[in-house]
Design a binder for this molecule. Sequence first.
Ligand SMILES: NC(=O)c1ccc[n+]([C@@H]2O[C@H](COP(=O)([O-])OP(=O)(O)OC[C@H]3O[C@@H](n4cnc5c(N)ncnc54)[C@H](O)[C@@H]3O)[C@@H](O)[C@H]2O)c1
Length: 326
Amino acid sequence: MRAIITGGAGFIGSTLADFLLAKGWHVTAIDNMSAGREEFYAHNLGNPSYRFAQLDLKDARKVKDAFAQGADVVFHLAANADVKGGADHPTLDLHEGCMATSNVLEAMRAAGIGKIVFSSTGSVYGEPEVFPTPEDAPFPVQTSMYAASKLYAEGLISAYCEAYGMQAWIYRFVSILGERYTHGVVFSFCAQLRKEDRLTFLSDGTPRKSYLYVGDCVAGIWHGLQHAKGKVNILNLGNDEEMPVRDIADIVVRESGRKKGEIEYVLGQTQRGWIGDSPHIRLDIARMRKLGWEPALSIEQAIVRTVRWLEANPWALEGKYFRGKG
Ligand SMILES: NC(=O)c1ccc[n+]([C@@H]2O[C@H](COP(=O)([O-])OP(=O)(O)OC[C@H]3O[C@@H](n4cnc5c(N)ncnc54)[C@H](O)[C@@H]3O)[C@@H](O)[C@H]2O)c1
């Protein structure tokens, strides 16, 4: 089987590439390296089943050329994954999310590729009223450019399925943690602890969110692809648990070998850490569970693995995403 993975040099995309190669698939990874890391795919470069192509999905012609070779499934993971950046750069998600997805779908249509897996987000639910939030919860109001672009992409993918007989697996992820993690709250806390005895929070520390280990995320993508047979399969991927940001800080401090009393916590004033931040995220994973998937790791286990990996790979803390604090 042949896969094209967009965002193949990123955190989740490179993990997915390794997963598919281990399953015996041929993988073409595409990335413009705006946030990708060579360290995440260099080990595959000698593998005859693996090909890396550096190109920008905003260039429609180049995407068409790259897809002309064909594939059984396109895993479209490339996007601006920094939710915070959207309000400062209001056209960023339009280009990296909406336009790039349109180019991917047109290139698929031209090449006759019929299956797409898409990485959406639990942020499309905005600030929901139902917890855990099921896939069919109402979400009329978007709170970030990022989620709005994901919702646009979900809609466009569904319309291509209707118009051109494609099949889609749309996964709405909670926040993902684990090896090769390059952005998010655990990253920011680890980066801060390397420099100072203080953790500055963007929020007041009370937001409660759900997190999922990257190995569970990739296994879930695979499982849904094998077992969900609809035309457009929309599936939450998350964990039954949720954890307040303050508790995450405590685990990061402990795992970094520090004592809680030694570290000053500087809390923000509001519950929302940034424009578009949702203070409570926990997704209902009953649909995935019904298909036979379960997350293997708890949130705490996922945080521990993330901190250990960042400690062992300090170069990753010089990440391209790190613009501020947790
Ligand atoms: N990490 C999470 O917690 C999380 C949660 C929900 C959804 N997602 C979604 O999952 C996907 C992967 O996220 P990630 O955490 O691996 O992010 P990431 O930033 O590590 O990976 C995205 C990759 O896409 C590449 N890219 C961006 N724009 C591109 C373009 N125009 N052309 C080609 N490549 C481009 C980047 O260089 C990067 O390597 C994203 O779509 C993200 O929105 C992630």
